[in-house]
Design a protein around this ligand. Sequence first.
Ligand SMILES: [Zn+2]
Length: 230
Amino acid sequence: MTEALIAAWNTTSPVIVSNLLQDTYLFKFEHQLDVYNVLQEAPWSVAGNLIVLERWRATMDWTFSSTEMWLQLHDIPEELHDPDLITRLAHKLGEVSRVQYINGVRGGQRLKFYRVHTRVDVTKPLRRSLKIKRRSGVDQAAEIKYERLPLFCYYCGYLGHDEQRCRVLFEDETSHRASHHCDPVVPCSEFLRRRFMPYLRCPAPGARLVEHAMTIFPKASPPQTTPRQS
Ligand SMILES: [Zn+2]
């Protein structure tokens, strides 16, 4: 399992791996650049299963409850395209390390969205939208999409299983069928309609669009000027 993961990381220097606890491994990187790239390209998965990465702490009090991820915020009205406002909005998603504005063309299609690098709590269902307030005072929902989404349940919104293995779906469907006297053999159309949430999975924007992205958080620090000596 770890061999496949390390091969996928494609690091510039070898990675030393040791088994710490059951299902918990310690990866030692020789170069900081490799750690940076691995975390930037998270989440990682093996056979669809999420690998949760945390930095080493001598206290060993890891929680493995969140993973770094790139999220995309779509459908932000033009009137709200203000870097400070978008940054404040992005911080509602969690511990944000970077916000980019993607504005370019891919495959003949104009793409405009914000891209947020943040830690996502994997012990809760994924958020599907973010509430935004229009200048008119009307509330609107900005759609959230997830890059490199691993095994995910479109019914309950949790990572780590699919609809086939979802106990919530199984129980809801069983009680629905019992109360509505549905045919036990025919797929229940009412239930099929309810089981799929909006499409949360999306591809990464690609190297060319990322290269031309505008970073709006963290803000670039102004050039340092040294007082002139007289
Ligand atoms: Zn589920």
